[in-house]
Design a protein. Structure first.
Length: 390
């Protein structure tokens, strides 16, 4: 037992001396190539094994022949160990360089191109993460391009929609100043109508900016969708009567929801106004509500004739308006109602109403959707159902 302890002590002294000498070298190589660092670690390991073995051999007073055999075995083992470490280092460096070249394709139009050769588990995991990052960057770029396109479209529509009523207001103001207006009261009424429409457009822009900035504050309370639908129908009834459109709200279940009643009433109001404006005279706009799978789904169905399938995914985009949308112009007969503009599929005004609808619904953790039905389209908003009181 004492001999084993003595051998262990000599081996520890020899290996420890090599380890202490090799430690500064390993620290100096930590910022260098991985291959060089691996080779340095292998060199220190081989030296520690060699010195420990030689220290034990000297302590055992081996013959010159036996000592030569031990040294020969140690040399062969050292050569094989160092050669293996060098090859392993080259493989790691090759994989690292291939991955570095592939990393240049992250976020490119073609997407991340992973290295062809085999990689170690860590490098393979890094490659998979780079691929996922590239996909996220591509999705963010597509989303940014979509938002930028919507922003440019919105600016174009807003500029157009502001220019037309402002030109009419200027013409009417000049007519009043020059005293050529046959009926000043009708001009004043028309000016008030145009100002109200511009005010509504500015209010919509302000509301949309609050939604997109995440500054929309909700005052949640438990209400019945029956009451929400009733308030929205009451608000839209004058416009429906003026246009000869019938409003139906018979299929409404009195399901409870926990929402901001004012904001959801605005959502329903926007949907109803769009539906009424896009439904021909003697048409029907139906409002319904049903409860399914923990949600309360409210729907507004109109008689617009349907929305083209390619346009359905864009209906709730900011600034989108249907292909048949045209800005209401100042009527030739001053005093006519500008609400009798052209029927359109989808949004009205500056293309903000449906974007506001989606923003408010999503702020309530809900979702907004649209699909075509026979003779028209159906807009649906799904809101989380309120918890059952016990």
């Amino acid at each position: 037992m004492k001999d084993l302890l003595l051998i262990a002590a000599f081996a520890a002294v020899g290996a420890g001396a090599s380890g202490l000498l090799g430690w500064p070298a390993v620290r100096l190589l930590r910022r260098r190539s991985v291959a060089l660092s691996l080779f340095g670690v292998a060199v220190v390991t081989v030296l520690a094994m060699t010195t420990g073995t030689l220290a034990v051999a000297q302590a055992m007073f081996l013959s010159h022949h036996d000592l030569g055999v031990v040294i020969t075995v140690l040399c062969m083992a050292a050569v094989v160990s160092l050669a293996t470490a060098a090859l392993l280092g080259r493989q790691v460096v090759a994989g690292s360089r291939a991955l570095a070249l592939a990393a240049r394709t992250v976020g490119s139009d073609a997407g991340f191109a992973a290295p062809d050769g085999p990689l170690g588990s860590e490098l393979a995991a890094l490659s998979a993460e780079l691929s996922a990052t590239s996909a996220r960057l591509a999705e963010s770029r597509r989303r940014e391009q979509t938002l930028e396109s919507s922003r440019r479209e919105l600016i174009a529509w807003i500029s157009h929609d502001l220019r037309t009523p402002l030109a009419g207001l200027r013409a009417m103001a000049e007519a009043l100043e020059d005293g050529v207006a046959e009926d000043p009261r009708r001009y004043h009424a028309q000016i008030r109508t145009e100002v109200d429409r511009l005010t509504g457009m500015v209010d919509d822009l302000f509301e949309l900016s609050r939604i997109q900035a995440g500054a929309l504050t909700l005052s949640l309370s438990r209400v019945s969708v029956y009451d929400l639908v009733g308030d929205a129908i009451a608000g839209a009834h004058p416009l429906a009567r003026q246009r000869g459109v019938r409003l139906l709200g018979d299929s409404v279940e009195p399901a409870p929801v926990e929402v901001d009643g004012r904001e959801i009433t605005r959502v329903l109001g926007n949907l109803l106004v769009n539906a009424i404006r896009s439904t021909p005279a003697d048409g029907v706009v139906a409002v319904a509500a049903r409860q399914e799978r923990g949600e309360v789904v409210l729907s507004v169905t109109d008689g617009c004739g349907g929305i083209p399938e390619p346009d359905l995914p864009r209906v709730f985009e900011t600034g989108w308006r249907g292909v048949s949308a045209r800005t209401p112009r100042v009527p030739a007969e001053v005093g006519a109602d500008p609400a009798h503009g052209d029927a359109r599929h989808g949004d009205s005004g500056a293309g903000l109403g449906l974007a506001i609808v989606r923003g408010i619904v999503e702020a309530h953790a809900g979702r907004a959707s649209v699909h075509n039905v026979t003779g028209g389209c159906c807009f649906e908003i799904a809101l989380p159902a309120a918890a059952v009181l016990r």
